[in-house]
Design a protein around this ligand. Structure first.
Ligand code: PLP
Length: 261
């Protein structure tokens, strides 16, 4: 039987830890057929990113159209989009599929600090893609870049969710993993009316490469299966906790989280 199908619009991580490689293995682990529109090729290993080649935006859009018109897509996510031109091209392409659930993970930098999104693309993300998003899933560094808000506690985390929601996404998930002063990891889900706090343990581990991509991919897979956003996010939270628990060392640097356990 044909499984549900999900599309990731994202960059390649040659080290196989994050990016579309993380998305594809997560889709597979969730029982969903994964497809890719490659936006950029990073030269990357466990130590960092040493090169980025951006795929022409028209090639990104052609990949989206090719799979959506033939194979069919039940949910899509965006990861590394690299440039304002690609953000705008993806937003235009998404307008052709108005009912497709879209998770926007506003990837801006790797955990090593390598920039994965040009500065001028932030505005395109906020104004072109956020209004089309079913859910946006920023971490706290991305929140600061997108809103100027430095989250230090639950109140500022709520304020950030409200500020992001004003750009037009249906739902916002402000991830609390980078709030290092918090003994647990509390992600905050907001739909413009109410907050849902999703509490999870904080692990003292270094191998967390690809954790954001993996979380957004579980949520996308669950949406492809017809789950509601709150259900998909709850599922994602449980999944990422186990994936971090099962992370493994790789190379001389940072190893990836593992969606199989
Ligand atoms: N490389 C690519 C292509 C990515 O898409 C991402 C994150 O989305 C990263 C690297 C960074 O992952 P992390 O911050 O988990 O190291």
């Amino acid at each position: 039987m044909t499984p549900p199908r999900a599309l990731t619009i994202a960059g390649s991580d040659s080290g196989g830890g994050a990016g579309l490689q993380a998305d594809l293995r997560t889709f597979f682990a969730c029982g969903v057929h994964g497809m890719t529109a490659v936006t950029a090729v990073t030269v990357q290993n466990s130590v960092g990113v040493s090169g980025i080649t951006v795929i022409p935006p028209e090639v990104v859009v052609a990949q989206i159209r090719a799979v959506a018109t033939d194979i069919g897509v039940q949910a899509a996510k965006t990861g590394m989009l690299a440039t304002a031109e690609t953000v705008s091209a993806v937003a235009d392409a998404m307008a052709e599929f108005p009912s497709l659930p879209l998770v926007v993970d506003p990837v801006a930098a790797s955990m090593h600090g390598d920039q994965l999104l040009r500065d001028e693309a932030l505005d395109a993300l906020r104004t072109r893609l956020f209004p089309r998003a079913t859910l946006v899933t920023p971490n706290l560094d991305e929140v600061r870049l997108l809103t100027g808000i430095k989250v230090t506690d639950r109140d500022s985390q709520r304020a950030a969710a409200v500020a992001l929601h004003a750009y037009g996404p249906r739902w916002v998930l402000v991830k609390g993993g980078h709030l290092w002063t918090d003994p647990s990891c509390v992600d905050l889900l907001y739909d413009g009316s109410g907050f849902v706090e999703l509490d999870g343990p904080r692990f003292d581990v270094k191998d967390t490469h690809g954790s954001g991509d993996t979380l957004a991919s579980v949520i996308t897979a669950a949406l492809a299966k017809g789950r509601s956003v709150p259900d998909a996010v709850r599922l994602g939270k449980g999944f990422i906790v186990e994936s971090v628990r099962n992370a493994y060392p790789l190379g001389a640097g940072v190893g990836p989280v593992s969606p199989l356990w």
